[in-house]
Design a binder for this molecule. Structure first.
Ligand SMILES: Nc1ncnc2c1ncn2[C@@H]1O[C@H](COP(=O)(O)OP(=O)(O)O)[C@@H](O)[C@H]1O
Ligand SMILES: [Mg+2]
Length: 462
């Protein structure tokens, strides 16, 4: 991962160092060219003077040439010594007349000019620098050429010296610049590094805010966003913890009951009383089973459970009718009238059929459970303002206004109903409605009697 994503530090280093390096390369090349030009000038001049003085000794171009002069030239060779020198005098055909090496070569008379001509040559496998002079002589007499060359050791040594004097300080400058940039970046990014350490060294459930006051202004919005996220995470974690604690507490009661009842049943010897005790155990087990199912239903419909991806088109009218039919036996058992009032057309809805069945089941269960024997419960489906509406109404004792908000909370029960329960039913209803974007209202029924729960689904687009 680290090879793919360059760190901010490396990225900035690259952006700063690449131009710096190119600049250095350019100045080095320019420095080298300049050195080459200026360093060779005095050597060329000395070479020319020597050639001219030899020509003067030989009286070249006077018509009375004396070619028997033997010049004293440095032998050269050893390092640090003078460069080795060669010369030759030739006639205009390029035939060597005298000299210590045949350097004769045709000279291009640039526009008839006979000034000194410098050229880079080679002699005996060594680089040499040569100057060529032309002496036309008086009319009628032959003309002469003088070539003189020298090896370039001294020139190269002096170029190297000058060049080193230019390049080394520049190199030093670059090194200092790189160091300064690197250090400045490290200093500048220090707050981020501290932040990183702060986060890595945290205890795994420490969700406290990150300190944004130490961070550079550029990263502060990011830190604020992370802090917001941490805050939300903290809320969710607290809710989870509370839920687990509540659920455990709720489960403890049926399990403790089961234990006591089982101990009792084991102790009974009379078959009839044993039978009764076993019946009690079954009731407790059913209650515990119901509670676990309710908890699972709640968890399934909570935010963070499955989302809207399980939604499918369905007909609320049919779903509600089928669900109501399933509760008829329980209503009959209590001598109650459970009715359904649907609409003639379909009530299209996108939703999760299993969750909606769960929701409706809880509403009908409550209506039957809390309404006196012989009472009346009606489930109805309507279509209002383009959205499906589900209602469950009973003529029972109703829920007093102070409790109407709170009954939707988890584990909240109104005491004194004489019915067993866990207080999760309406919490499930609330979560399912929320998942479907529906709104719930809880009112008294007709004539201010009983309970009316209304669930309005959002406008169905298609
Ligand atoms: N139709 C109803 N009539 C009267 N009281 C009701 C009705 N529905 C719910 N309640 C009250 O709201 C409380 C919460 O209901 P619920 O969340 O389903 O939990 P549970 O039914 O397990 O007690 C119930 O304890 C009951 O007091
Ligand atoms: Mg209930």
């Amino acid at each position: 991962m680290e090879d793919e994503v360059l760190s901010l530090h490396d990225r900035l280093m690259n952006w700063l160092l690449t131009p710096l390096f190119l600049l250095w390369l350019f100045s080095t090349v320019a420095g080298y060219v300049a050195t080459l030009n200026y360093a060779s000038q005095p050597y060329d001049r000395a070479l020319l003077e020597r050639a001219q003085s030899l020509a003067a000794q030989m009286k070249l171009g006077s018509g009375r040439e004396r070619l028997d002069v033997t010049p004293t030239l440095p032998a050269g060779g050893a390092p640090g010594e003078q460069d080795r020198m060669y010369y030759s005098v030739s006639n205009e055909e390029g035939r060597m007349l005298v000299g210590n090496a045949d350097l004769a070569r045709p000279i291009s008379y640039r526009g008839g000019k006979t000034g000194p001509l410098f050229s880079n040559t080679e002699h005996g496998g060594e680089k040499t620098r040569m100057v060529s002079l032309v002496y036309p002589g008086p009319p009628g007499s032959p003309s002469f050429q003088l070539h003189m060359s020298e090896t370039t050791h001294q020139r190269q040594a002096s170029i190297r010296g000058i060049f080193a004097n230019i390049v080394i300080p520049q190199l030093l400058l670059i090194v200092i610049a790189v160091g300064a940039v690197w250090y400045a970046l490290k200093q500048g990014l220090e707050p981020l590094e501290r932040l990183r350490q702060d986060v890595t060294l945290r205890h795994r459930d420490d969700l406290s805010r990150l300190d944004e006051t130490q961070a550079p202004a550029e990263v502060r919005p990011l830190i604020n966003a992370v802090n917001d996220l941490l805050e939300r995470l903290k809320q969710v974690m607290l809710a989870q913890q509370r839920f687990v604690a509540d659920a455990a507490h709720q489960l403890r009661t049926p399990f403790a009951g089961l234990k006591t009842q089982t101990e009792l049943a084991l102790r009974e010897t009379e078959p009839e009383r044993k039978q009764y005790a076993l019946q009690q155990i079954l009731t407790s087990a059913k209650r515990g089973n119901h509670l676990v199912n309710q908890l699972l239903a709640l968890a399934r419909n909570e935010p963070g459970g499955q989302g809207a991806e399980t939604f499918a088109p369905l007909d609320l009218n049919r779903l509600a009718q089928e669900c109501t039919v399933n509760w008829v036996p329980m209503a009959l058992e209590k001598g109650m009238d459970l009715g359904f009032e649907g609409i003639s057309q379909v009530a299209p809805l996108r939703g999760d059929a299993a969750s909606l069945t769960e929701m409706l089941g809880n509403l009908i269960d409550n209506a039957i459970r809390y309404t006196q024997a012989g009472g009346q419960v009606t489930v109805s489906v309507d279509y209002e303002h383009g959205g499906a509406v589900l209602r469950v109404v009973d003529n029972g004792p109703g829920i007093a206004p102070p409790h109407r908000e709170r009954v939707f909370e988890r584990f909240y029960r109104v005491l004194g109903s004489g019915q067993s329960g866990s207080g999760i039913g309406l919490a499930i209803v609330a979560e399912v409605a929320k998942r479907h974007g529906a709104t719930i209202t809880l009112n008294a029924g007709p004539h201010d009697k009983g309970t009316l729960v209304t669930i309005r689904f959002p406008h169905h687009g298609t």
